[in-house]
Write a protein that binds this ligand. Structure first.
Ligand code: SAH
Length: 326
């Protein structure tokens, strides 16, 4: 697997960091299930059921805000094991008349297999999702889409020197990351929201302004060398939320946030929901629920690093968890 990407560079010469990332991520997720305690990394829905439940209730409330249309698509990008969606649907099932059609955007056959108990239609990209009012959810999806890196204005590549994969150029003065791929997906969601109604919720780790070199590889929950055995570790780069906002606003939509995951989940009532679950739980379960929720919102854990951005039509009210500052 690592050999394949190497062989390609040996044959065709250096490739851009973005192409390297695209090939690596594609191979990595095609391999199997990387999530969870025994995998390479763990995500919010795998830490606590409360995460998906609160997002499910966010969807139902946002649907009500847009006038509760009969036909509403619920679209998740990069659903992983499908855990978030199962928790979301279970929580939202109590909301009368909210019966969304489920669409999952997922390229990995191995992960699609883990999602197949969900009554959904699968897509490789947003392009084939029907043009209807829709709620879009993306948790740790954008960080997997490729970034381009520029060193002093020159696009950075991955090549081979003395038999080893290396960055060209290695270092320099000004460092910039850009992702037209991420911006295009955001603009497409925004276009659909403006045309048909709906909203989008993007949760990811990233920054509001400027980031430097954020490319990172994770294997077995530990940082690895990005160029070491490509395809065997998860490769991500931080999300530039300002760039996503420009893309959404360029398509005529309105952005809310980004706010921290801590603020978002707190305003949606994570404490109360956890307390209710703990009341009914056995003592050992109660400990897990409490520690899971803490991990989601603690500033030193996921609370501050993870940001939440919402996209709506221009004159829509603030979606749940976001405040109207206009
Ligand atoms: N949202 C899940 C999984 C995050 S991992 C969770 O929070 O647990 C990233 C997910 O995005 C995986 O499901 C992966 O297969 C998918 N993915 C990565 N690149 C993709 C692409 N270009 N198109 C569609 N899905 C992609």
């Amino acid at each position: 697997m690592a050999g394949e990407i190497r062989a390609l560079i040996e044959r065709d010469g250096p490739i851009t960091v973005a192409e390297f990332m695209r090939l690596t991520v594609e191979r990595y997720y095609a391999r199997g299930d990387p999530l969870g305690v025994r995998g390479d990394f763990i995500t919010a829905p795998e830490i606590s059921q409360v995460f998906g439940e609160l997002l499910g209730l966010w969807c139902a409330e946002t649907w009500r805000q847009i006038g509760a249309p009969d036909r509403i698509a619920l679209v998740e990008l990069g659903p992983g094991r499908g855990t978030l969606m199962r928790d979301a649907l279970r929580a939202a099932a109590s909301v009368p008349k909210f019966r969304p059609q489920l669409h999952l955007v997922e390229t990995s056959p191995a992960l699609r297999a883990l999602q197949n108990d969900l009554a959904a239609t699968w897509h490789d990209t947003l392009a084939t999702v029907p043009e209807t009012p829709a709620l879009f959810i993306a948790n740790e999806f954008f960080d997997a889409l490729p970034v381009h890196q520029f060193v002093d204005g020159a696009e950075r590549r991955v090549g081979i020197e003395a038999g080893k994969l290396v960055f060209l150029p290695a270092q320099g003065g000004e460092f910039v990351e850009r992702s037209p791929e991420r911006e295009a997906v955001t603009a497409e969601m925004a276009r659909r929201i403006v045309a048909h109604g709906g909203a989008s919720l993007i949760v990811d780790y990233g920054y509001a302004q400027g980031g430097g070199d954020t490319l990172q590889a994770l294997r077995g929950h530990r940082r690895r060398d990005v160029l070491d055995e490509p395809g065997s570790a998860d490769l991500t780069a931080h999300v530039d939320f300002a760039a996503l906002m420009r893309a959404a606003e360029g398509a005529g939509a309105r952005c809310w946030g980004p706010i921290t995951q801590r603020d978002f989940l707190s305003r949606l009532g994570i404490e109360a929901r956890a307390a209710r679950l703990i009341e009914k739980a056995a003592p050992d379960q109660a400990i897990l629920i409490r520690s899971g929720c803490r991990r989601l919102i603690d500033p030193g854990e996921m609370g501050n690093l993870f940001k939440v951005l919402a996209i709506t039509r221009k004159h829509s009210p603030a979606p749940p968890g976001f405040e109207d500052h206009a």
